[in-house]
Design a protein around this ligand. Structure first.
Ligand code: SF4
Ligand code: SF4
Ligand code: SF4
Length: 196
């Protein structure tokens, strides 16, 4: 019995010593996060899709902080470019001469889907719905076109389809500071109610 208590006390003492060492190390060896990287990262969509050429949003945020171009996040699009430019206090890059990336979304050919759920597990933004042994489908509005679901599909039933620019998908590039004048004519006289 005495031996048991001795071992118990030894284990408790060792645990306390290691706890103190780990606590000390976590304070002393803490790596301070770069605040500008964190701020850029917060503006990125967090799809972790790699379309920017980096293995995720954080590495791309670090690359931007080190001077890389701010136009590489395809899911984020122009809106994200404008926000990053505002954060960094730089001009929004002109896209003259730069081909706009083709917008694509995933499409599941449901007649070939065996319901294996591999695509759901691969999708970083939960844009696929379905359940085990049932057909799956993509929610177009959530799909960022990252293609990460294509390779894992064992029946090759996922294809990337080009999104045509129609009135629903057109990027109007509206200046958020633009004030559109509105006239109130309900009492017979034109009165400017917005944009005064
Ligand atoms: S393309 Fe955009 S969303 Fe995808 S990993 Fe890069 S920064 Fe993240
Ligand atoms: S559905 Fe496929 S292409 Fe679309 S976001 Fe998910 S993984 Fe990417
Ligand atoms: S990976 Fe392919 S077969 Fe499996 S559930 Fe997704 S679409 Fe269906």
């Amino acid at each position: 019995m005495t031996t048991f208590y001795f071992i118990l006390i030894a284990v408790v003492v060792l645990a306390l010593i290691f706890g103190v060492i780990l606590g000390f190390a976590s304070v002393k060896l803490k790596v301070e996060a770069d605040p500008i990287v964190e701020k850029i990262d917060a503006l990125l969509p967090q799809s972790q899709c790699g379309q920017c050429g980096y293995p995720g949003c954080k590495p791309y945020a670090e690359a931007i902080a080190n001077g890389d171009e701010i136009i590489k996040c395809i899911p984020g699009g122009q809106t994200t470019v404008v926000k990053i430019a505002e954060l960094l206090g730089v001009d929004v890059p002109t896209m003259d001469g730069v081909a706009e990336p083709e917008v694509k979304i995933a499409y599941i050919h449901e007649d070939m889907c065996i319901g294996c759920t591999k695509c759901i597990q691969a999708c970083p933004v939960d844009a696929i719905i379905g359940t085990n042994k049932a057909l799956h489908t993509v929610i177009p509005d959530l799909c960022t076109g990252c293609e990460l679901c294509v390779a894992p599909c064992p029946t090759d039933c996922i294809t990337m389809e080009k999104v045509e620019k129609d009135i629903e998908h057109w990027d109007w590039k509206i200046d958020p500071k633009l004030v559109i004048p509105v006239l109130n004519t309900s009492d017979g006289k034109a009165k400017l109610v917005v944009g005064e």
